[in-house]
Design a protein around this ligand. Structure first.
Ligand code: SF4
Length: 230
């Protein structure tokens, strides 16, 4: 028997590192990374927070390991200058009363400058196990998520970099799209108003065969949703 139990050390490390993931979120502050997913699920997260499944922490950690690795590769790529790989974002929408805030961190994104052209490029790293043959276009939630960062960092484009556990990659280049930014803010406004009146948004993932994977694979609120709980 080994004297050292790495699994146990890793579990404790993950629990302490990601403890804040299970904290109750605050109405009025929303994350761009969540707003592209089922809004009803986000609503239940605010109304009835549940502890994050510890298995998800491994997934978060893998994302951070990939991020650090990509930042290191880019920092050593001739002709590229890494400008930032961690920065916070806060956009306030004053159209609502009270106003709501889009809060985020650039901690999954890396901002680089191409030295020949001066182009500012955001790199958003996503780990995925989906075979690339099935990944014909980036997820809409990922496209929406990057819009406030493109806007606030004055970046020319974003490269959504999907990385497989075997480190193979597939990249999509996405320019800023005002309509996508408007859609993201409208989703934030809708979630905010639903939370303030205590009325859940429609079960959008369940109603769309392209996104019902979210109900089957990820959602902790299937029971509440099927009963239309408030
Ligand atoms: S079960 Fe599906 S539709 Fe209902 S809240 Fe969860 S993800 Fe949304």
């Amino acid at each position: 028997m080994s004297l050292f139990d790495f699994d146990d050390a890793f579990r404790k490390y993950l629990e302490s590192k990601y403890a804040s993931e299970s904290k109750k979120p605050t109405i009025g502050r929303y994350w761009p990374s969540q707003l592209g997913y089922c809004l009803r699920r986000q609503y239940y997260r605010f109304r009835n927070p549940k502890p994050t499944n510890p298995d998800s922490f491994r997934f978060f950690e893998r994302g951070h390991v990939f991020h650090r690795w990509v930042a290191d590769v880019l920092a050593n790529t001739p002709g590229l200058k890494v400008l930032a790989s961690e920065r916070s974002l806060s956009i306030v929408d004053f159209k609502t009363d009270p106003p709501f805030t889009l809060d985020g961190r650039l901690d999954d994104l890396i901002l680089v400058e191409e030295q020949d052209t001066g182009q500012r490029i955001l790199i958003e790293v996503k780990s995925t196990e989906t075979p690339f043959s099935m990944l014909e276009k980036p997820s809409r939630a990922h496209v929406l998520q990057i819009m406030p960062y493109l806007l606030s960092q004055h970046a020319d484009v974003c490269c959504l970099l999907y990385l497989h556990p075997n480190l193979a990659s597939k990249t999509f280049t996405i320019p800023y799209d005002k309509a996508a930014m408007v859609e993201l803010m409208a989703r934030g406004r809708l979630l905010d108003s639903c939370l303030r009146v205590g009325e859940p948004p429609v079960a959008e993932a369940r109603m769309d065969p392209k996104s019902d994977w979210e109900c089957k694979k990820r959602c902790e609120y299937v029971e509440e949703c099927s009963k239309n709980e408030k």
